[in-house]
Design a protein. Sequence first.
Length: 169
Amino acid sequence: MEGDKIVAIVVLVAVVGLLAFSVGSLFWGEEKSSSPTSAPTATAAPTVTQTVKSTATSTSPSLANPGNTKTSDAGEVSVELTPKKFENGKFYLSMDVNTHSVSGLDKYNLKEIVALSYKGKSYKPVAVPVVNGHHNSGEIMFEMEEEPKEFKITITGLAAEGIREFSWP
């Protein structure tokens, strides 16, 4: 009889743990995150350049405005980038990464696969959002001497979709 009680308690604990994990994943598994990542670098991707469309609605001379969003929605993962601000030698862009069919986005280290090209120089981000789950957002930060006016962001190999290029203006 004592053994049956122990088995019942173990099963109950397992069910409660599984239920807690499922509910937690439902509420927090797809949470948008902006904390830095240190995930391993993704494997090499085929060389395919994605077409990026602009949803710019502003004619402001500054590129860092919320209406200057570029989107790449080819393949299984959609990426949106919007320049936000240049402040104290740091250039910030917001990033949204969304998918409903790709799992394992957390294996991609955005610090490794994202680059900004400006005036013949290439910059790697010093801060990036964590991508895990299906809906992710956060800020990418680059350290630069000046606010870029004409620049390109390249994302290589995200979900094996080749090379995505986002150009401003």
